[in-house]
Design a protein around this ligand. Structure first.
Ligand code: GDP
Ligand code: MG
Length: 173
């Protein structure tokens, strides 16, 4: 006997300053690959990923930016209907953490009212650490977000960050 599990589909967006590793995080999650030679403008505009949970199937449609984030003006269709977001900064670059806060404000004002957010500090494989973990964690807690530190290069924390986001998303039939 087989039991048919429900399938839920969600749109998710990945936001953050240019070069923090958004496309790399997607590539790691989607294909378990890493490349040092990604062009800023390369990257699918969206990627589909299926996840089998114990009680349901999840179909994720994950939107990446193809360089538009440099101009700080993303088309409304980018946010529209997005139920969750990964907001990424580069842990070697404090300014990118400040920019992450701006993206969070923008998403909250332009995006879905109940959008769930995971804050991601990427490039933890590098020695340089310019963003204090406790500062980022405190900021995330104050703003109702989960927080993960990741490396798209080694893969550390990537699955965990996406799965945590998926678990936050309300599932309705
Ligand atoms: P995006 O502009 O935010 O999409 O950033 P990219 O994914 O294009 O990455 C920008 C640069 O950072 C590329 O050279 C990547 O190889 C590099 N990069 C991305 N993630 C990591 C990481 O976790 N560790 C290291 N060392 N480099 C990374
Ligand atoms: Mg990119």
């Amino acid at each position: 006997m087989s039991i048919k599990l429900p399938t839920y589909s969600f749109k998710i967006v990945v936001l953050g300053e240019s070069a923090v590793g958004k496309t790399s995080i997607l590539l790691r999650f989607h294909k378990n690959q890493f490349s040092t030679q990604l062009e800023p403008t390369i990257g699918a505009s969206h990627v589909q990923k299926s996840i089998n949970m114990t009680d349901c199937h999840i179909q994720l449609l994950i939107w990446d930016t193809a360089g538009q984030e440099q101009y700080h003006s993303l088309a409304p269709m980018y946010y529209r209907g997005a139920r969750g977001a990964l907001i990424v900064y580069d842990r070697t670059n404090y300014k990118s953490f400040e920019r992450a806060k701006d993206w969070i404000k923008e998403l909250k004002s332009k995006g879905s009212p109940n959008v769930r957010i995971v804050l991601v500090g990427n490039k933890i494989d590098l020695e340089t650490n310019n963003v204090d973990t406790s500062e980022a964690l405190t900021y995330a807690k104050e703003n109702d977000m989960l927080f993960f530190e990741t490396s798209a290069k080694t893969g550390e924390g990537i699955q965990e960050a996406f799965l945590a986001l998926v678990k936050l998303l309300p599932k309705k039939d």
